[in-house]
Ligand binder design. Structure first.
Ligand SMILES: [Zn+2]
Length: 525
């Protein structure tokens, strides 16, 4: 990045637009934790929600003012212009916006003729006045006012005069930003570049131009980039592209594209390295895993299923990777399977910081071939692979030793099921016997093992299981069906996956669970 690079502001709307996604709901507590992550990443603006649309968002802004210590980001309350034919000073939406107490507010305004006349059922003059009055009122209250011009691109394509009138109304009354929204997400990059260019030629000297895209054509990132090329200096989007339908513009892709490829400054010095961690942490808070194939931050983004190319990649990573993954806090990963040769295993060992001699490497290759034949799949279970390789180097886990494990499921006369697990383990010379009830066998053995280790390893409090996947593999010949269990876990900073395989689903689960806990203890900071 060159000194004095052009700044492009990042406006994150994960907590407002992003939470429109199906199947996700966040508590006020979750939203506060996400805001902290966004501040740590260093975005300029964090849109916290729509106070007035729901009581949770009112509580969020009240608690954010008391509890959050923002160092880089400005918190923004979202709302809309006044109602048609209404007055600004008795408008509940505007009052809630002011009462949220943020220094900046963002209001959505209708900027397409069709939406003013059809959705609002009012005249274009009134549509313009709604924007002008609302911006004037909010700036009069000392707020910095950003205006999201809803359906701007669609409106501009049919009646550019009105869309520009709506935009000018905001500029004249002192809006700091006019944000052009592709609300339906149907625009394409060449259209966005052309229209933003026209707007920039029109008002680019008077106001900051922003862009807000949705991904309905799969072009939200490309459209945002096109807008910046055409003069936009403010980009709205969400972490991991969260949002309704196909999602919002994905900031975890846009930020590195703008900063690493085009030389714009989006985040303060030294922050882009946090991108991968923040992306995963926020996904965790929302219980929605990052797509492994996400550009820059996905677990597969820099994963090489090497084979023949392994040593070539090791020699010249930049020939196979479009950027250095460490720039965004990710890392090169060599995917290891039964196909792996000595070079791949040696490199994987180096990646993990292990020294394996020749016989140990051969041992790993033999183990992989045997276990993958039994149904293991180490590509998907990096943590189990690491433990296997450590064992090959002579390491043994000394956190605990299992004497026995038992799990019982009963059906009660009323039709309810109860599950109870008993685990007997040794921690050093201390024998611990614990029983726990759970809502299923895996939950019960997890709880029993944790209870047994409780006290000895307080760091386990941070480790929890995030996903549990079971696959029944085709019965090979007469041996019957084999069950493969994958368990995902996290300690908040690091995510990992372990695997267990057996004809017995409880045994497969127990193997994966035990390795998951061992891996968590091994890496607990
Ligand atoms: Zn939106």
């Amino acid at each position: 990045m060159t000194a004095g690079a052009i700044r492009v502001e990042v406006f994150d709307t994960t907590l407002r637009d992003g939470l429109q996604v199906e199947g996700v709901s966040a508590t006020v507590e979750d939203k506060l934790r996400i805001a902290e992550q966004l501040d740590a990443l260093g975005v300029h603006y964090i849109e916290g929600g729509w106070p007035g649309a729901n009581p949770k968002d009112i509580e969020f802004f009240a608690r954010a003012a008391r509890e959050l210590d923002m160092t880089t980001s400005t918190l923004v309350a979202f709302g809309s212009t006044r109602r048609p034919r209404g007055k600004v000073d008795d408008d509940a939406t505007l009052r809630n916006l002011v009462e949220a107490g943020t220094s900046a507010v963002c209001i959505v305004a209708k900027s397409s003729e069709y939406h003013v006349t059809q959705a609002l059922q009012t005249t274009l003059d009134e549509g313009e006045a709604m924007i002008a009055d609302s911006v004037e009122y909010l700036t009069g209250q000392g707020r910095r006012v950003l205006v999201d011009l809803e359906h701007f691109f669609d409106g501009y394509k049919t009646n550019p005069e009105f869309s520009l009138r709506a935009l000018e109304a905001a500029v004249v009354k002192g809006a700091s930003h006019v944000v052009l929204c592709d609300t339906n997400g149907g625009s394409l990059p060449h259209e966005v570049e052309e229209i933003v260019g026209a707007v920039h030629a029109h008002v680019g000297r008077d106001v900051a131009i922003g862009i807000h895209c949705h991904d309905d054509t799969g072009c939200a990132v490309a459209n945002s980039m096109a807008a910046v090329r055409a003069g936009a200096r403010h980009v709205q989007g969400t972490l991991n592209g969260l949002g309704e339908r196909t999602g919002n513009a994905n900031l975890t892709t846009i930020i590195p594209n703008l900063q690493l490829k085009l030389g714009y400054t989006c985040l303060p010095e030294g922050r882009i390295e946090r991108l991968t961690a923040v992306s995963h942490h926020v996904a965790e808070l929302l219980n929605r895993a990052v797509n492994p194939q996400s550009p820059y931050v996905g677990s597969s983004a820099f994963a090489h299923k090497a084979g023949l190319h392994t040593s070539a990649i090791a020699r010249a990573r930049d020939a196979y990777e479009h950027v250095n993954p460490e720039l965004v806090g990710n890392g090169t990963r060599f995917v290891v399977s039964e196909m792996a040769g000595r070079a791949t295993i040696t490199m994987k060992a180096a990646e993990l910081g292990l020294e394996l001699d020749g016989p140990a490497v051969n041992g790993v290759i033999d183990d992989l071939k045997r276990l993958e034949h039994e149904g293991y799949h180490f590509e998907a279970a990096d943590a189990s692979l690491e433990l296997l390789m450590r064992r090959a180097s002579g390491w043994q886990q000394e956190f605990f030793r299992v004497e026995s494990m038992r799990v019982i499921t009963d059906e009660l006369p009323n039709g309810d099921f109860t599950t109870e697990a008993t685990v007997k383990v040794w921690v050093g010379n201390d024998r611990r016997v614990f029983t726990a009830e759970g809502n299923g066998p895996v939950n019960a053995i997890d709880l029993a093992l944790r209870s047994a280790l409780n006290g000895a390893y307080p760091q386990l409090d941070r480790v929890h299981l995030t996903d549990f996947k079971v696959r029944i593999l085709d019965g090979a010949g007469a041996t019957g069906a084999v069950t493969r269990v994958l368990i995902d876990a996290t300690d908040g900073d690091r995510d990992w996956t372990t695997i267990g395989v057996s004809t017995n689903i409880i045994e497969a689960s127990w193997r994966a669970l035990e390795e998951s806990i061992v891996f968590g203890l091994l890496h607990a900071g």
